[in-house]
Design a protein around this ligand. Structure first.
Ligand SMILES: [Zn+2]
Length: 433
């Protein structure tokens, strides 16, 4: 079993809680009076660093939302007031992908960036990466944080990092082959896209000897049918990981692959709350992930509402880590669910059905309203030579899942968009209810 920091990773729950409390108290003292955003927020809530004497006291602090951070940057641009140090202390700028609006800018000091690297070292070591590995990053190295921090994680482990920016899919495959890459980091969608390009161009996938793929940027590696498809396309183990530009890389799948991801509890405090009432939900119950990062003092987030739905699992993992798990990874987003004809439809559930059909290369779902009636159209691209009879089978399986029959269309090859970051396959074109 490979660890990044075995001593910390194998602490028991009590020791972990003590470590988290100590880090939280130290961070709050550092922020108080320096970080304008949090000092003002805590003062308004009547809270001060000395009030936090146990982890239970965390609930006395106000929640933080992405909307607040966006409004703060809009008002006090370009970087906002969630900065603990003078702007000269910061060494890196990144921003969110901006798929849902104006990107949020995030700044890191050298210390905060080192913290990002530590988190990613947990992620990579958790999947079995060692100094002997060559980690290929199939990523366009732009301002989106994406896999920038994975590079730092690989460096901490002593692995070789191979940047794959500035080239197309065919060139990336060749570079992976020529450099003997053993680990691929990319979105789940893009791992499948690379395999598709290999098939179309006659590239020999056996010429790349990967042992694992590590994913970020979007869900998928936790959707069983998608995970299985990536593993069979690459003859490698596929590992899930989750994080976000504003909060950090917070959870990872270990080598045991227990059906969920460990939270890096030495660097984060995770709470799972009922999104409507704000009360904590019990382990095994679904709720919204509210997370506090403990090591990014330059751009901290305390009790940040992620909008991600998770279920905690406190059972020990056979990998030996004391870090608790998100059962099934990130299960979806609170704002993801779409109600169609009275049925709650989760995009991940639909993807899990469609990806089970090996003939499907790409798909897109559109929900619309026609004469006061919800319609769901599923466009499906099949790989060349596939029997189009599969379209009928997909419609039947979706009918069983959803209790209504969506319209499933066979579209021509390459009719649908391809993505290398943040795939968008689910569209809603109807007035809000
Ligand atoms: Zn484990």
């Amino acid at each position: 079993m490979s660890y990044f920091d075995q001593t910390t990773e194998t602490l028991d729950r009590e020791q972990l809680a003590a470590l988290q409390l100590e880090k939280l108290q130290t961070m709050m003292s550092e922020l108080w009076g320096r970080n304008r955003f949090y000092t003002a927020k805590w003062k308004a809530a009547g809270a001060a660093p000395g009030d936090i004497r146990s982890l239970d006291d965390l609930a006395r602090l106000p929640l933080t939302t992405k909307g607040e951070l966006m409004a703060d940057q809009a008002q006090d641009g370009p970087f906002g007031t969630n900065l603990t140090y003078p702007v000269e202390s910061y060494v890196r700028l990144h921003q969110t992908s901006g798929t849902t609006g104006v990107p949020l800018k995030v700044l890191d000091t050298a210390e905060s960036w080192d913290w990002w690297g530590r988190c990613w070292a947990h992620v990579l070591a958790g999947s079995g990466v060692t100094a002997a590995d060559r980690v290929f990053l199939a990523f366009a190295f732009g301002p989106f944080i994406g896999f920038w921090a994975a590079m730092e994680g690989a460096r901490k482990l002593g692995a070789m990092m191979i940047p794959g920016g500035g080239r197309d899919s065919a060139q990336r495959l060749e570079l992976m082959r020529d450099t003997g890459a053993t680990v691929l980091c990319c979105t789940p969608t893009y791992a499948l896209r690379l395999a598709e390009v290999a098939r179309e161009t006659g590239f020999d996938m056996n010429s790349i000897t990967l042992k694992s793929t590590v994913h970020a940027g979007e869900p998928g590696a936790n959707i069983p049918a998608t995970k299985q498809r990536i593993e069979s396309a690459w003859s490698a183990k596929c590992f899930d990981h989750a994080g976000a530009s504003e909060i950090g890389a917070h959870s990872f799948e270990c080598e045991v692959q227990p059906g969920g991801t460990h939270i890096i509890e030495s660097e984060f405090i995770a709470e799972v709350l009922d999104p409507d009432t704000g009360s904590p939900v019990a382990a095994g119950q679904r709720g919204e992930l509210v997370i506090t990062n403990l090591g990014r003092w330059g751009f901290p987030l305390i009790r940040y509402r992620t909008g991600d739905l998770v279920e905690l699992n406190l059972e020990p993992c056979t990998c030996g880590r004391g870090f608790m798990r998100f059962e099934g990874g990130i299960l979806g987003r609170a704002d993801d669910m779409v109600t169609v004809r009275g049925v709650n439809v989760f995009p991940a559930g639909v993807e899990n059905i469609i990806r089970k059909f090996a003939e499907v290369d790409e798909f897109r779902i559109t929900v619309s309203r026609v004469r006061h009636m919800d319609e769901m159209d599923v466009e499906v691209e099949l790989c060349e030579g596939a029997d189009s009879g599969v379209i009928h089978s997909i419609a039947e399986r979706l009918d069983t899942l959803l209790s209504f029959r969506p319209r499933v269309h066979h579209v021509s090859h390459n009719a649908l968009p391809r993505f290398d970051m943040k795939a968008r396959r689910f569209h809603v074109n109807r007035p809000q209810l």
